[in-house]
Design a protein around this ligand. Structure first.
Ligand code: ADP
Length: 627
């Protein structure tokens, strides 16, 4: 037999091949998906020709893909009834990497990037080399009587020679590698594994993927003797749920699919199914889970939707389809407008994908808003799991997403005793109420007792209680809602003008005393003044400027954060009995006033949930007064 001359691969194909052969990538199994989707594409082409060319008579059963494993010979064979390849096509398609433009191998040093590309998209035909020591491709092109066989063991090159093939189409024979210490290649010859791989990656390929499956049955006439036989089975379901008609589907169908896909373990709160036509056409199924997965609020959590191109899975978690603030959404998108082989970098810039992502974002928002308005119990459950994520969303990216998210926020209300939306708050605002009031604290119970809220409640105004660290930061980002400004119960000016006038008068009258107290507190506070908000409580802290006392607390708890200080004001209730005691002391015994000032300051800290700076001194001060 004449030895055919070996041909060399093009340089970049060689690099890719090398990467495939030496890939340490754990997900080698995707080679099957790649070969099946190539076969499906090839059948698409012959199917199309059969539709447009009257000379070609065809039967629906003519189009299929077959998988056959031969354990003895360690071969896995994929046969398709597609359009096939001529000698020249074998040469140019398999000798050169077909889409050199879309695969951007920066350089060999970035092998990790390469691994990523394999993981996310596969790299087509060459992925066969991840599991095979020899790849043989027999092909006969449509309208041709000749057939050719292409063969390669890898980087050294490939051969092409004529061969016999009775039918049009392509047959790919993989000689599966021997097992190694860390890789069980035998698995790719096991029926159950092949079946599982088809289910996982190619379930929705339009054409049947057939395999002869070994079965056994009782021998005729016998009650315990079994005989084996083969049955031709179709491994894939062919019609994906998202392409089915919504009217044919029941809620259970969506729930089952959610479970099958391992999107989550509890029933989802909501399933959204949409078929969109337009600039970008796509089908989507989205789920809003009921509970956050255990790792949701950690760095390990990976957001993303499954991405299909015409029924073929191209990415398990496409992060670009979901904004971070909706990262809890699960589901998939299938679009014929996306290319199957596209690198992650290119995908990020894909115009179609951007349009789809935008539409999906809008849809999620409107579904959540509808839930808030008409299925409040469900929304409460949702908000318990993911409300924090929405608030982070408002705060992050310099507030650029606040318009999408502000209507979805809820906070506990002092008057309603439950979570309310900002819209509901604003609708209830009193005529003379200028601001949306809020108070921050560790828990609802603690906020209930805050002296700072006294006067606001007294006026009959509702207060929103902020118990999450992120709450006040998010609100600072919003600044206002429906033109109503937010106001902290601890801010120095609550906007009650008559009360302010009275307090200012008191502050002026007691200026000397207050300055003395400020001095005694040695720079811990910016000012001592008469309070305009206290009724029964003697003292409280308030703050001036952007940084509140709560924010100071949160920021100082963060690791590596330089310590920050809010501008604190010690507010004294001049109508309180203790104030006359201070005034008396100021006339008679100034040292006593120093002690008073320190005690009041520390009390205010305690009320605020802040640590007393010097507890021993505080205890001694109290005892001094008891003497
Ligand atoms: P891609 O599918 O992204 O183009 P591949 O490396 O997987 O890249 O395949 C290269 C080309 O080889 C394909 O574009 C196609 O023209 C051809 N090809 C691969 N597999 C088949 C097949 N089973 N039948 C016909 N042509 C095929």
């Amino acid at each position: 037999m004449i030895q055919m001359a070996k041909k060399q691969f093009k340089a970049e194909s060689k690099r890719l091949l090398d990467l495939m052969i030496h890939s340490i990538y754990t997900n080698k199994e995707i080679f099957l998906r790649e070969l099946i989707s190539n076969a499906s594409d090839a059948i698409d082409k012959s199917y199309y020709l059969s539709l447009v060319d009257k000379n070609i008579s065809f039967n629906k059963d003519d189009f299929y893909i077959r998988i056959a494993a031969d354990k003895e010979n360690r071969t896995l064979t994929l046969t398709d009834t597609g359009i096939g390849m001529t000698k020249e096509e074998l040469e140019s398609n398999l000798g050169t990497i077909a889409r050199s433009g879309s695969l951007q191998f920066k350089n060999e040093n970035e092998a990790k990037d390469g691994v990523d590309i394999i993981g996310q998209f596969g790299v087509g035909f060459y992925s066969a080399f991840m599991v095979s020591e020899l790849v043989t491709v027999k092909s006969r092109a449509m309208n041709s009587v000749e057939a050719f066989v292409w063969q390669s063991k890898g980087v050294e090159g490939y051969t092409i020679e004529p061969c016999e093939k009775e039918t049009v189409g392509t047959e790919i024979i993989l000689k599966i590698k021997e097992n190694t210490e860390d890789e069980n290649y035998d698995a790719y010859l096991e029926e159950y594994r092949l079946r599982a791989l088809v289910k996982k990656y190619s379930d929705f390929i339009k054409y049947p993927i057939r395999m002869l499956v070994k079965k056994s049955k009782l021998k005729e006439g016998s009650e315990k003797e079994y005989e084996e036989y083969y049955e031709d089975e179709i491994l894939n379901s062919m019609v994906p749920i998202w392409r089915r008609n919504k009217s044919e589907l029941k809620p259970e169908d969506y729930e089952n699919f959610y479970m099958d896909k391992h999107f989550g373990f509890d029933k989802p709160l909501k399933s959204i199914h949409a078929s969109v036509d337009g600039v970008a056409s796509y089908n989507t199924i989205l789920y809003i889970p009921a509970k956050a997965p255990y790792d949701f609020y950690t760095k390990e959590f990976e957001k993303g939707l499954e991405l299909y191109s015409n029924g073929v899975l191209i990415m398990e978690k496409c992060a670009d389809l979901l904004p971070d603030y909706f990262s809890f959404v699960q589901g998939l998108v299938d679009s014929a407008d996306l290319s199957l082989n596209i690198s992650r970098e290119l995908l990020q810039h894909d115009r179609q994908l951007k349009i789809i992502a935008k539409k999906i974002k809008e849809r999620i928002k409107s579904e959540l808003l509808t839930m808030l308005q008409s299925e409040r119990e469900k929304y409460d459950e949702f908000y318990k799991s993911f409300g924090r994520q929405l608030k982070y969303g408002v705060y992050s990216d310099w507030g650029s997403n606040k318009d999408v998210l502000q209507d979805l926020l809820m906070f506990y209300s002092s008057s309603e005793k439950k979570l309310v939306s900002l819209d509901e708050y604003v609708a209830r605002m009193k005529e003379d109420q200028k601001y949306i009031y809020y108070a921050t604290g560790e828990s609802i119970e603690r906020i209930e007792k805050l002296p700072q809220t006294e006067l606001i409640k007294d006026k009959g105004f509702e207060i929103l209680y902020f118990t999450d660290d992120v709450d006040e930061f998010a609100i600072k980002m919003l600044m206002n809602y429906k033109e109503k400004e937010f106001k902290s119960a601890s801010s120095s000016d609550l906007g009650f003008e008559s009360d302010v006038k009275e307090a200012d008068k008191q502050t002026e009258e007691n200026k000397e005393l207050f300055d003395f107290m400020k001095e005694a507190l040695q720079g811990k506070i910016k000012e001592v003044k008469a309070s305009n908000r206290l009724k029964s409580h003697p003292v409280c802290l308030s703050s001036e400027g952007e940084l509140s006392i709560e924010m100071e607390k949160v920021l100082n708890m963060m690791p590596n954060n330089p310590s920050v200080k809010a501008d604190k004001i010690l507010e004294i209730n001049t109508g309180h009995e203790m104030f006359s005691a201070i005034k008396q002391a100021f006339a008679a015994d100034k040292d006593k006033v120093k002690v008073y000032a320190n005690i009041l300051y520390n009390q205010a800290l305690l009320i605020e949930g802040l640590p007393v700076e010097d507890p021993v001194q505080f205890a001694n001060d109290v005892c001094t007064l008891m003497k």
